[in-house]
Design a protein around this ligand. Structure first.
Ligand SMILES: Cc1cc2nc3c(=O)[nH]c(=O)nc-3n(C[C@H](O)[C@H](O)[C@H](O)COP(=O)(O)O)c2cc1C
Length: 369
């Protein structure tokens, strides 16, 4: 393969490099994969209204996320078990994020330890949390990560159970025996069981608290001063509840289309959530972000930043840390170009008027001036 010129090209390389069970785990959506396709296609239904003859010789892409200054509004979503992609796993991802001046979110099911990730330089890593039934385990983890220098928590709220990922069921997916879930090392938790349909699904069923409610968001606030992002909100109703719960922010996410199939693309749900949050807390987005143009569209619809999931594990499988670094570089360059073409020199310049949706185009072809 020649030079890699966009982040999507890493997927084909990952497919070649990885055993089928692992590639399938990384790439699959739930059931019919409708939402998986829609997460991408919905971006194509949004077009630009670029502004011209604006001095774009200097472009500032820097963003502030929960008080932390980052080089661009593009961050890394939590993706589990990255050492299946590359021996350096999350450690490589964290180093690439740190070198790019952005934030990495470390999955609860990471195969690198919090200490390894925290040792990667001047980054501001975020901790991702599934709330386990055993709250002592959660408390232990949160305190340990805070001590290690993690700056915020992304609490996943769309996974009371694991989505039906049929390839994982067929492959009887389990974590390869040479790897461990590092955050839980030393704690007395059961192993994944290969004899089940999907070892992961039954592991989740055993560990994750299905009874999770908004009161647990409060509980989490009571045990830590770290800001909490609620990850997995896609409706206005839940956005309002997130604001009332005291969350520091919302991540509009459908878990990369791996949970409930036939939920809308996150980019389609974003504006409803942003409107409901009413500027009281920042709203971020993940799901299908593959181009700098996607980042711009999300910001135009009110997102304060985006997170990237699958391309990171694919780039890791292709080229380790260098792959993730290159991915972040390509996304940055594409985003900068989109800003230049749109006549925007800072994130504050990006407005709703820079884009329109298919529906708007049909309803009202020209703006009233
Ligand atoms: C392999 C893989 C593992 C994931 N693991 C987690 C996880 O442990 N916790 C979580 O909240 N989300 C997890 N996600 C979802 C991502 O955090 C993110 O929401 C999603 O991947 C974003 O969509 P994208 O993959 O289209 O960029 C995972 C996604 C993938 C692809």
């Amino acid at each position: 393969m020649g030079e890699i010129t966009n982040v999507m090209e890493y997927q084909a390389i990952a497919n070649q490099n990885l055993p089928k069970m692992i590639y399938d785990y990384y790439s699959s959506g739930a059931e019919d994969d409708w939402t998986l396709k829609e997460n991408r296609e919905a971006f194509s239904a949004i077009l630009f209204r670029p502004r011209i003859l604006i001095d774009v010789s200097k472009i500032d892409m820097s963003a502030t996320v929960l008080g932390f200054k980052i080089s661009m509004p593009i961050m890394i979503a939590p993706s589990a078990m990255q050492k299946m992609a590359h021996p350096d796993g999350e450690y490589a991802t964290a180093r690439a994020a740190s070198a790019a001046g952005t934030i990495m979110t470390l999955s609860s099911w990471a195969t690198s330890s919090v200490e390894e990730v925290a040792s990667t330089g001047p980054g501001n890593p975020f901790l991702h949390l599934y709330l386990c039934k055993d709250r002592n385990v959660v408390e232990h983890l949160v305190k340990k990560t805070k001590r290690a220098g993690f700056k915020a928590i992304a609490l996943t709220v769309d996974a009371p159970r694991l989505g039906r990922r049929e390839t994982d069921i067929k492959n009887r997916f389990v974590l390869p025996p040479y790897l461990t879930l590092k955050k839980f090392e030393g704690l007395d938790l059961p192993e994944m069981d290969k004899s089940n349909d999907s070892g992961l699904a039954s592991y989740v069923a055993g560990q994750i608290d299905r009874a999770l409610t908004w009161k647990d968001v409060k509980w989490l606030q009571s045990i830590t001063s770290l800001p909490i992002l609620v990850k997995g909100v896609i409706t206005a109703e839940d956005a309002k509840l997130a604001v009332h719960s005291g969350a520091a922010g919302i991540i509009v996410s459908n878990h990369g289309a791996r949970q409930l199939d036939y939920v809308p693309a996150t980019i389609s749900a974003l504006e409803e959530v942003v409107t409901a949050a009413a500027g009281r807390i920042p709203v971020y987005l993940d799901g299908g972000v593959r181009r700098g143009t996607d980042v711009f569209k999300a910001l135009a619809l009110g997102a304060a930043g985006v997170f990237i999931g699958k391309p990171v594990v694919f780039a890791l499988a292709a080229e380790g840390k260098a792959g993730v670094r290159n991915l972040l570089r390509m996304m940055r360059e594409e985003f900068e170009l989109t800003m230049a073409f749109s006549g925007c020199t800072s994130l504050a310049d990006i407005t709703r008027a820079h884009i329109y949706t298919d529906a708007e185009r049909l309803a009202r072809p020209f703006p009233r001036l």
